[in-house]
Design a protein around this ligand. Structure first.
Ligand SMILES: [Zn+2]
Ligand SMILES: [Zn+2]
Length: 330
């Protein structure tokens, strides 16, 4: 009985997760699209703490975002979910009734015993239910197969009736559909650019042999890069830095700087990234830097000044410009 209900819940969770993917815009296509919606929401909320979590703990933030969206859906679409659940319940009942009928028919025709009945019955349903528990009944004792089939059918009908009257238990669905969604949307590469922490867009967890890459890098001061020996934060986009004549110290212990143009020679994670020298600087991050300049300066105990002064033209970007530039995400 419990197995039966669990399997109905599982099936419903799969249906519900599929419906969420179709009806929640953030879940509609790939992770790049999800990222776009996250950045949009972050800008709308203008909450620095949320940004901080997103930048420094992307996986945790992504998962939280998915859960929140799923929660909203589950609460708003109760009726729809109830309908899906009832449909699945009804279907499952029909399948089991059919299995009872086939098993009984076979046993009567072939003059078999209860073991044969159980074997046939289980085989018929094995795809749908892990119906092994029912075989705990001392089946050898049962000889009246019509009676047995009646018991199963009557029991099921009663149970389906009870379930129909009761409210679907959302929390049973929630866990399962969250798992399905996070499996789908978070089973990918989580490597972060060593200069800006932007997350690789690789769709495979480990893409050995292929370098990490991301279409839009951020300005490095966002994660605290600064000019050595000064209190000056830096505000270079990785894609611009790698075409400059500047250099960087791969770690705080490094004594020699490495030219940005040869960043791969720094080894380690630097050697695993493909950062293309281009002009993909997204206005979104320029707006972010200006809007949260003070928060970033407080966070890292340094300032955007001297060589790291934020260019004046970045200040002209409004939140609307920032949001609009997200349309570059595919
Ligand atoms: Zn980067
Ligand atoms: Zn990657």
């Amino acid at each position: 009985c419990r197995i039966f209900i669990n399997s109905v819940y599982n099936e419903t969770a799969i249906n519900v997760a599929a419906d969420m993917r179709a009806s929640i815009p953030a879940f509609r296509s790939n992770r790049s699209n999800l990222e776009k919606h996250i950045l949009k929401t972050l800008a709308e909320e203008e909450n620095f703490e949320n940004y901080r979590e997103y930048i420094h703990n992307p996986k945790q933030y992504f998962t939280k975002f998915i859960m929140n969206q799923a929660d909203k859906y589950l609460n708003n679409e109760k009726n729809k979910i109830q309908t899906i659940f009832r449909g699945n319940l009804e279907n499952k009942k029909l399948k089991i009734n059919n299995a009872v009928f086939v098993a009984t028919d076979k046993v009567i025709n072939e003059k078999g015993n209860a073991d044969m009945w159980m074997e046939c019955f289980s085989k018929f349903l094995i795809e749908d239910l892990k119906f092994t528990e029912i075989s705990n009944v001392d089946s050898m004792e049962i000889t009246d197969f019509d009676f047995l089939s009646k018991i199963v059918t009557v029991g099921l009908t009663k149970m389906v009736k009870n379930q129909k009257g009761a409210d679907i238990k959302l929390e049973m669905l929630q866990k399962r559909s969250d798992e399905i969604l996070t499996d789908h949307l978070c089973q990918c590469c989580w490597a972060q650019c060593p200069f800006c922490k932007a997350v690789c867009i690789g769709t495979m967890k480990d893409h050995d042999g292929e370098e990490h890459c991301v279409p839009f890098h951020w300005a490095d001061g966002i994660i605290g890069w600064h000019y050595r020996g000064t209190k000056n934060l830096s505000c270079d986009f990785c894609t611009t830095a790698v075409q400059s004549n500047k250099g960087f110290f791969p770690s705080s212990e490094s004594e020699k700087s490495v030219p940005f143009k040869q960043y791969r020679t720094a080894g380690g994670e630097y050697a695993t990234w493909n950062i293309t020298p281009d002009c993909s600087e997204l206005p979104y991050w320029k707006w972010f830097l200006c809007r949260f300049q003070k928060d970033l300066e407080n966070l890292y105990g340094k300032k955007f000044q001297g060589s790291g002064k934020i260019p004046n033209e970045w200040k002209k970007y409004t939140k609307e410009d920032a949001l609009e530039s997200l349309n570059n995400y595919i």
